[in-house]
Design a binder for this molecule. Structure first.
Ligand SMILES: Nc1nc2c(c(=O)[nH]1)N[C@H]1C(S)=C(S)[C@@H](COP(=O)(O)O)O[C@H]1N2
Ligand SMILES: [Mo]
Length: 530
């Protein structure tokens, strides 16, 4: 009896259930997903920022992509193009959410499952890099998404659009009410998305400011200071000999810059050693330091590329660490662990024990390392590409063997043994630029760390190779600037450059890709002589 009376009189069973226009449905899906991601982001900001759902998925993609699409992945993801990756994940999410919104009124259960699956995807992604607790932001996001969509959907169901032929005046008021309710719910969902997402952003900024304050503490003076630098080539547009810290190239797999608290950080040195040790930041700073100018290069540097920089590094020499722990016979690999992203790295033991300036770095260009550069400490080994030597956010060094441990990039089929290749680059003029008549100088840099540059040659059009003038030498671990006075005819020309290292090896002409052990080939530009 009561049941029949409670049924709404006219509206229900005939025809399809009422639903908002497609644009509003799609918007509902997008806003529900937005609220989900926003709340997830806030929860992550308060715990561990990289567990934010979209970032967790992006990070998992970085790890997963290289095997099927190695070069592309590293060029696109393993490098500075992180916003592209995050943006792509965002676009996919947006489209997915819009489609979910479109079907939500007809297939509410499917839609709820689909939104929930987004949370599951985020949680699964977070688990690939972190502990079980890392799933929390994504799980919360999934729940928020399902609830938000449910709320929006139920706000419109009672006759949002009058069925064809129904008496308009009777339903108009109800329609107006439910439309207002729906729009209010839409606005509320949007507000949750914006406030939570914005809150997460602000929390992140506050954390950054905190880590900057800690950093102001300063560093000890080196026991062994760097030699004075050569004067270098002074030309407008020329690459400075020392790269300013904020202009240094950056390559890593960390989607969110790690912010490590040095006061609770420590570095463990263990493995096949007599006296394993764990050093606090203060312990590390108390050891005698060396300061050296060293050029660092990435294996992903394309011919003519910019993944090469030079800095004045301050750190503890590996020789001191090796002596302190007593490395045992049979060790052939230094296996280093990053505190972030599960990143690991293989370095030949020989390269840190043959007398070169391999070190655990704490400072760059007179300042403590910046967060993106590996604060509180990182490794650096002259003569090796960064991916086999320069672990940032260093937390453990294990002396071991290649038979026992395999590094992050080795698992993704990059070379295990990767000394830097000899490379050279034309920096002035820029390609397609004009060479001024009053100062027709072509110039650039060349590097072959730990072998040294013997000569740099240039070829104009199809002419003979001519030797350029090398700037003063800073040592074999540093790049070398070169310059060349152009006295040829006016008009459009090409210039090619090639370097020869002190072992007598000249860069080969044949181009190779960066995968698996670095790009070969000659850099070439076109320019117009006035
Ligand atoms: N923890 C961590 N360290 C890392 C990496 C990384 O992805 N994670 N990338 C390496 C690579 S490939 C290079 S080339 C150098 C780059 O150092 P930079 O970003 O300070 O220039 O860092 C190395 N150290
Ligand atoms: Mo690299």
């Amino acid at each position: 009896m009561t049941t029949t009376l409670e049924r709404p009189p006219a509206a229900a069973p005939e025809g399809p259930p009422a639903q908002p226009r497609p644009a509003l449905r799609a918007l509902s899906g997008v806003l529900a997903a937005g609220a989900a991601v926003g709340v997830g982001h806030l929860v992550a900001a308060l715990t561990d920022p990289v567990t934010s759902p979209v970032l967790a998925v992006g990070s998992a993609l970085i790890d997963a992509a290289p095997t099927p699409a190695k070069e592309f992945a590293v060029r696109t993801f393993g490098t500075a193009d992180k916003p592209i990756l995050v943006g792509s994940v965002g676009v996919v999410l947006l489209v997915f959410a819009a489609v979910v919104g479109l079907v939500a009124w007809r297939r509410p259960r499917t839609a709820a499952v689909a939104i929930g699956l987004l949370g599951v995807a985020g949680a699964a992604a977070a688990l690939t890099r972190g502990p079980l607790t890392d799933v929390v932001p994504s799980v919360v996001a999934g729940v928020v998404g399902v609830l938000a969509l449910q709320l929006l959907r139920t706000r419109t169901l009672p006759g949002a659009g009058p069925a064809a032929g129904s008496p308009a005046s009777a339903t108009d008021a109800a329609v107006g009410r439910s439309r207002r309710g729906f729009l209010l719910a839409l606005g509320g969902t949007a507000a949750v998305a914006a406030l939570a997402g914005g809150g997460g952003f602000v929390v992140g900024k506050v954390r950054d400011a905190g880590s900057a304050a800690r950093r102001a503490l300063g560093l000890p003076a080196p026991a062994s200071a760097a030699a004075p630098l050569p004067a270098g080539v002074q030309l407008p547009g020329m690459t400075p000999f020392t790269t300013p810290a904020d202009a240094f190239y950056r390559v890593d797999i960390s989607l969110v810059t790690p912010r490590i608290d040095a006061s609770s950080w420590s570095l463990t040195v263990d493995g096949m050693v007599d006296r394993p040790v764990t050093l606090s930041y203060d312990d590390l700073l108390a050891l005698p330091m060396i300061e050296r100018d060293i050029t660092l290069t990435c294996v992903s540097n394309e011919v003519g590329g910019s993944y090469v920089s030079t800095g004045r590094w301050l750190g503890v020499p590996f020789s001191a660490i090796i002596e302190r722990v007593g490395v045992q016979a049979g060790v052939d690999q230094v296996y280093s662990y990053s505190a972030d992203s599960g990143y690991t790295c293989s370095t030949p033991f020989q390269a840190v024990s043959d007398g070169r300036d391999a070190m655990v770095v704490v400072g760059l260009n007179g300042q403590p390392l910046a967060d993106e550069r590996g604060y509180p400490a990182r490794m650096l080994v002259p003569g090796l590409f960064g991916f086999v030597s320069a672990t940032k956010w260093l937390e453990r060094i294990e002396f071991t063997t290649y038979a026992k441990r395999t590094a992050y990039w080795t698992e993704r089929d990059w070379a295990t043994d990767a000394p830097v290749l000899t490379q050279s680059r034309i920096d002035v003029p820029k390609s397609l630029a004009t060479l001024a008549k009053d100062k027709p100088v072509i110039a650039g840099v060349a590097w072959a760390q730990h072998r040294g540059i013997a000569k740099v040659e240039i070829r104009i059009d199809d002419g003979d190779w001519q030797e350029t003038t090398l700037a003063d030498d800073g040592g074999i671990d540093l790049w070398r600037q070169w310059s060349f006075r152009y006295d040829g005819p006016a008009g459009l020309h090409s210039a090619q450059v090639r370097a020869t290292d002190l072992d007598g090896e000249t860069q080969p002409e044949e181009r190779t890709k960066v995968f698996p052990d670095g790009a070969r080939g000659w850099h070439q530009i076109q320019f117009t002589a006035e």
